[in-house]
Write a protein that binds this ligand. Structure first.
Ligand code: FAD
Length: 477
């Protein structure tokens, strides 16, 4: 029954696209790579949520000579089946997903086809595995050109192209979209106060693989009180940890997720239109407000008597001691057997080896628009300063014009473009902005070839009429 209804949904998608006349025929000019092969118009690095959205939006605009590469195996892209340890997505189920304005592409359409309308009504929030299955299904149903198990190792400008080194050899592309996720924007953030000597036996970052079975009967400390901190604490307790002590700098948890209040088309499409000084002010305000953990994650840990949350308890140092971890706290020393560092990810493109040839030339916010007094935030100053198509901009004009063809389509785009290339609510809007920008850039670059093609265009409109004059048609004069 599921196979039948999913086949019916695939047919509905084909019909919707047909009615809309999508996708248009491929139209950009052909550009040859040094080896004589056709260069890709766009290489999308990453086949997670944002990579799929980018590729789909480009195909629907007739940019069909593209490739999508992901280092992960099929079904293992992004965090959903690995380090996302919440019971369900944090987002509400009604979000359309990667619909790009087409109802049959929504999560709801897919879920209903697979599980039925009653299951959709009964669904509270989207399960991680369902979300991953939906993303994988999109790759198939839209026939996106995804190759798995291929890591992009270096993106190097080469004239009007990029030479891209991958685990499977070199390829050439005109534009590169970096849909590389939270880690691709920099990496896991581990504060200096945590001694690296704790790895791997006595500490892990919440974004790493963790063998929770090993924590049964042990005392676990958690640094931080964000969503991931609660989710990791919950999994440790469910795996039988004897105690989980969570250490939080603040005296109370943040109460309101302000970003959720900004999920409307105004913020999605308007953020980048704000003058830089206003964008910075808004970014700093949202950053300082912080987000609370979802209430579901809090209830999940509260089921366990071994859970304790320590407010106003900034850890000053965490280091190996005996067989465990010694913690310096405002109230005195404490001990644990294992430490989970739940301090999120940092944006720092300089940490990405694949971008080494580009990043030295790229303007960051701190270069392009140094923060006014009182609004300095070092961690935000490292975000790249992007143009309106998510493209990198130059620190020194003329030093690396190729940056205009590198589109940062991950969390690092937040400061410049708003929270759209990182979280589920804005992903379709982001893909729309990105694909429009790439279409415009390709059109400008190809205008001579397109003009020649237009001049050769010879569809005889009047052939069936008495006024047909073939001698004036292009190529027949
Ligand atoms: C634990 C967790 C829970 C989240 N929950 C929610 C939620 O409930 N709601 C919400 O709106 N947002 C949530 N988010 C935020 C956001 O939606 C996710 O981070 C989402 O995965 C972003 O999609 P993405 O495509 O940008 O990145 P990802 O899904 O991380 O995909 C990036 C892909 O790029 C690939 N890649 C990276 N570098 C390379 C390379 N050099 N070569 C080849 N491939 C590469 C990776 O293998 C990966 O598959 C969550 C984030 C995390 C970390």
């Amino acid at each position: 029954m599921h196979a039948d209804s999913l086949a019916a949904l695939a047919a509905a998608i084909a019909r919707d696209l047909d009615i809309l006349g999508l996708p248009p025929r491929h139209w950009p000019a052909e550009v040859r790579a040094p080896d004589g092969a056709a260069a890709l118009d766009v290489l999308v690095v990453g086949a997670g949520m944002c990579g799929i959205a980018a590729a789909a939006a480009l195909m629907l605009k007739g940019v069909r000579n593209i490739a999508v590469l992901d280092a992960a195996a099929p079904g293992r892209e992004g965090p959903w089946m690995t380090t996302a340890r919440m019971a369900t997505l944090r987002s509400p189920k009604h979000l359309p997903g990667i619909a790009l304005g087409i109802p049959s592409l929504t999560f709801r359409a897919w879920f209903t086809a697979r599980a039925g309308a009653a299951a959709w009504e009964a669904l509270y929030k989207i399960g991680n595995a369902d979300w991953q299955d939906y993303l994988s299904w999109l790759q198939h149903v839209l026939a996106l050109p995804v190759r798995h198990g291929v890591t992009v190792q270096a993106v190097v400008p080469a004239g009007t192209l990029f030479q891209v080194a991958t685990g499977e050899g070199v390829l050439h592309a005109r534009h590169v979209v970096l849909a590389t996720g939270r880690e691709g924007a920099g990496g896991r953030l581990v504060p200096d106060l945590v001694d690296p000597a704790l790895w791997p036996d006595r500490a892990a970052h919440a974004g790493e693989a963790i063998d929770f079975a090993r924590l049964a009967g042990r005392r676990v400390a958690v640094l931080g009180a964000n969503a991931a901190a609660f989710d990791n604490a919950a999994v440790a307790l469910e795996a039988g940890a004897a105690a989980v002590d969570m250490y939080c700098r603040r005296a109370v948890l943040p109460q309101v997720n302000k970003s959720r209040g900004a999920t409307n088309p105004g913020y999605f499409e308007g953020w980048s239109a704000l003058p830089p000084a206003e964008r910075w002010k808004l970014l700093v305000w949202l950053h300082d407000e912080r987000s609370p953990p979802p209430h579901e994650s809090v209830h999940r840990v509260l089921k366990h008597p071994g859970f304790r949350l320590h407010f106003s308890s900034a850890i000053a140092a965490a280091r190996p001691s005996g067989g465990g971890v010694a913690l310096d706290l405002p109230g005195g020393p404490a001990r644990a057997d294992f430490l989970i560092v739940a301090t999120g990810f940092e944006v720092d493109l300089g940490r990405r080896p694949e971008l080494a040839a580009l990043v030295p030339h790229a303007a960051l916010w701190r270069d392009a628009h140094p923060a006014p007094a009182g609004l300095e935030r070092a961690e935000l100053g490292r975000y790249p300063f992007l143009g309106p198509g998510f493209e990198l901009t130059e620190k020194q004009p003329g030093a690396c014009p190729a940056l205009a063809r590198v589109h940062v389509f991950n969390h690092a785009a937040h400061a410049s473009m708003g929270p759209i290339a990182s979280d589920i609510p804005g992903v379709s809007a982001a893909a729309g902005l990105l694909s429009t920008a790439i279409v415009r850039a390709l059109f400008l670059a190809d205008r001579d070839a397109l003009q020649a093609r237009l001049e050769a265009f010879a569809e005889p409109e009047l052939e069936s009429t008495p006024f047909f004059a073939p001698q004036v048609l292009p190529g027949r004069g």
